[in-house]
Design a binder for this molecule. Structure first.
Ligand SMILES: NC(=O)c1ccc[n+]([C@@H]2O[C@H](COP(=O)([O-])OP(=O)(O)OC[C@H]3O[C@@H](n4cnc5c(N)ncnc54)[C@H](OP(=O)(O)O)[C@@H]3O)[C@@H](O)[C@H]2O)c1
Length: 324
């Protein structure tokens, strides 16, 4: 019995020590930059890291659009952000990234009501969705995590350029290091790689897209970077099999940041003066970090981009400020 208590105590102390250490290296955005008069969009901001990012941008004075698919949850998040920041310029616009029509409707509504866009945070994501081709012909998890945000970003660029300088932040994950792109099967239709590998592939797509976009944006005044928020205790993975999700939640208590801590690297990439002039980089814990080597392969990135343009059916007439 004494031996068992000893083992449990040692495990508990090790876990607490790890937690303190992990929090200490987590990084915080130290910029005090105000965003009065600026407009920001944060996707998937009804909960988790996106909500805390939106709250911070609102606290800095920006008008913040919560781009979410569940209006009830999004309205509750809006009310909470207004209450805690005192900034009433927080609005919700419906966006389901799993539907290209919804992306286009969002953009139409946004462009119909706003005269500028300074910050776009592509935060929303889902993991563990079933192997299903959407009505737009895409592997649905890839559509939510990459193809939908790809179309969204392109359709907003012209307004961003008019409002420049501007920033695009693409939220990826360290798991992109295990991802890849197969140019003969970008949509992962020919060979379904399993739900966890699919997430890694989507997060790789985020980084290679951010790199290629940053090259195409040169000279526009808009910069784009990708980030890993860290391991964060959120609802991510709630679509996973129940047993797996329970294990993730259990591990979460020991291993991870709070959503407010997880938001720091997104905020850093979106506002920090130290990021000015930095594009096509990947940030972890508010610092530049090494990315997957294939994500810096320019030839691969260009070919991947061209496949994405075809898949989402976006035309050059719709995006004037860069060559697509
Ligand atoms: N948590 C981590 O440890 C971790 C680690 C590395 C990277 N990340 C990345 O961090 C970002 C935020 O994740 P999180 O941890 O905050 O997850 P979360 O709590 O699950 O939040 C994800 C957000 O994305 C939204 N979303 C999902 N599907 C959508 C769709 N079809 N259309 C529009 N919005 C959709 C969700 O809306 P609903 O509430 O309606 O589902 C929710 O608002 C993601 O890009 C994730 O990959 C997280």
């Amino acid at each position: 019995m004494g031996f068992l208590i000893g083992i449990l105590s040692a495990f508990f102390i090790a876990a607490i020590t790890f937690k303190i250490w992990y929090k200490s290296i987590g990084g915080r955005c130290v910029s005090k930059k105000r965003l009065d008069g600026k407009v920001a969009i944060v996707t998937g901001s009804n909960t988790g890291i996106g909500k805390e990012t939106a709250r911070d941008l609102a606290r800095r004075g920006a008008k913040v659009i919560l781009a979410c698919r569940d209006l009830q949850r999004a309205n509750a998040a809006r009310d909470d952000i207004i209450k805690t920041t005192g900034n009433k310029k927080v609005e919700v616009i419906l966006l389901d990234l799993g539907s290209l029509d919804s992306v286009r409707n969002f953009v139409k509504k946004f462009l119909g009501s706003e005269k500028r866009l300074d910050i776009l945070v592509n935060n929303a994501a889902a993991v563990g969705l079933e192997n299903k081709i959407s009505k737009d012909g895409m592997q649905q998890e890839l559509q939510v995590n990459h193809f939908g945000p790809f179309l969204l970003t392109l359709l907003l660029l012209d307004l961003m350029k008019k409002s420049a300088p501007g920033r695009v932040v693409v939220v990826s994950s360290r798991s992109h290091l295990r991802g890849y792109v197969d140019l003969s099967d970008v949509n992962c239709e020919k060979k379904y790689p399993g739900f966890l590998k699919l997430y890694e592939i989507a997060k790789f797509y985020n980084v290679i897209f951010s790199n290629e976009l940053s090259r195409r944006l040169q000279g526009t005044g808009i910069i784009c970077n990708s980030v890993h928020p860290g391991a964060v205790n959120t609802e991510v993975g709630r679509q996973l099999p129940a047993i797996l999700y329970s294990l993730v939640k259990l591990a979460s208590w020991f291993l991870v940041k709070t959503p407010e801590e997880g938001a720091q690297t997104l905020i850093h990439a979106a506002v920090s003066e130290t990021v000015e002039g930095t594009a096509g980089k990947y940030f972890v814990d508010c610092k530049e970090a090494e990315m997957n080597k294939d994500a810096v392969n320019k030839d691969l990135a260009r070919k991947f981009w061209e496949k994405c343009v075809k898949l989402v059916k976006v035309s050059q007439q719709e995006v004037k400020c860069i060559k697509i």
